[in-house]
Design a protein around this ligand. Structure first.
Ligand code: MN3
Length: 295
């Protein structure tokens, strides 16, 4: 089971301008075939379903532990999309003022015509995420190879999304996730190495561009975030540390397996309601409701 914390993995900067089409592009990193929903669901099902796990314990622990981190990644991409959409509608409760006129040519009309100016479980073209993106074959080596490829594909798409926008929210989110996705690429390459003896780390980086080229990723790598596999459990999944050992294949530094510090991350942003989308309930009514509930 998952213990949930009401915090985001990093503090996201507020965007300077709303960017509905940028938000649509970022959807690929959430609900695309190689998006965070796919990494979350692949590792979640692979861990639920792993048979014979007494023998496979370090591999089970690794996949289960990374699955938990991916929950925080879908959360971070979703908040980025919400921030990029904030202000894309005129904040005017009068429907005759056409408060949504600026949105009718936006790429993803679901964002405003069927949603609350907020993230959706779909890709950059509005195709819904679907369960066929999950590969769980029952064969550990095949699943690890798939996971390695999934993380490399996710990295390629993040780099392209980064190259499409100067939005500070998108770039901060992508920079951080390039570093954490990089940890997962190395983790699956180390798992394959332990299992087979093949030096998978020699393939890296895929695509062949270092995270250090992205200032928003480099700031985390300078602090060693690319060397840490986080333990997303107070007591469990310890044997992931038998795989996450040795040196980082790209810069030769020693890797570590550690708990998140208690003050990790930042509070989740509380965004203003959007009256043009039918947002806020009457504030006086809400005050009354809360008074009744609290007694
Ligand atoms: Mn991820």
């Amino acid at each position: 089971m998952i213990l949930r914390l009401d915090r985001l993995l990093i503090d996201l900067p507020k965007p300077k301008n709303p960017d509905a089409n940028g938000a649509a592009a970022v959807q690929e990193l959430l609900g695309g075939k190689y998006g965070e929903m796919s990494t979350l669901m692949n590792y979640t099902f692979q861990s639920f379903n792993m048979r014979g796990r007494t023998q496979l314990r370090p591999f089970y622990d690794l996949i289960a532990n990374i699955a938990a981190e991916e929950y925080g990644h879908i959360e971070l991409v979703s908040y980025s999309i919400n921030l990029m959409l904030t202000g894309a509608a005129k904040r005017d409760p009068d429907p005759t003022s056409t408060p949504l006129s600026g949105l009718k040519d936006a790429r993803n009309s679901y964002h405003w015509v069927a949603g609350g100016l907020s993230s959706l479980p779909c890709d950059s073209m509005g195709n819904w995420w679907n369960g066929s993106y999950v590969n769980n074959t029952g064969n550990l080596m095949q699943d690890l190879l798939f996971n390695f490829n999934l993380e490399c594909g996710a990295r390629a798409n993040k780099i392209r999304a980064y190259e499409s926008t100067t939005d500070p929210t998108a770039r901060a989110m992508i920079g951080y996730l390039l570093v954490r996705g990089g940890v997962h690429i190395v983790a699956y390459s180390k798992a394959l190495e332990k299992l087979t003896g093949v030096d998978v780390g020699k393939l890296l980086p895929i695509p062949d561009i270092s995270n250090k080229k992205f200032p928003e990723a480099k700031t985390h790598e300078d602090k060693g975030v690319h060397l840490k596999l986080y333990r997303f459990s107070p007591e469990d999944y310890k044997q992931a540390g038998l795989i996450w050992t040795g040196k980082h294949p790209e810069d030769g530094q020693e890797v570590t397996f550690e708990h998140l510090p208690a003050d990790f991350g930042a509070p989740a942003p509380d965004l203003d309601p959007e009256p043009g989308i039918g947002g806020p309930l009457d504030p006086d009514h809400m005050k009354e409701v809360l008074k009744r509930m609290k007694g």
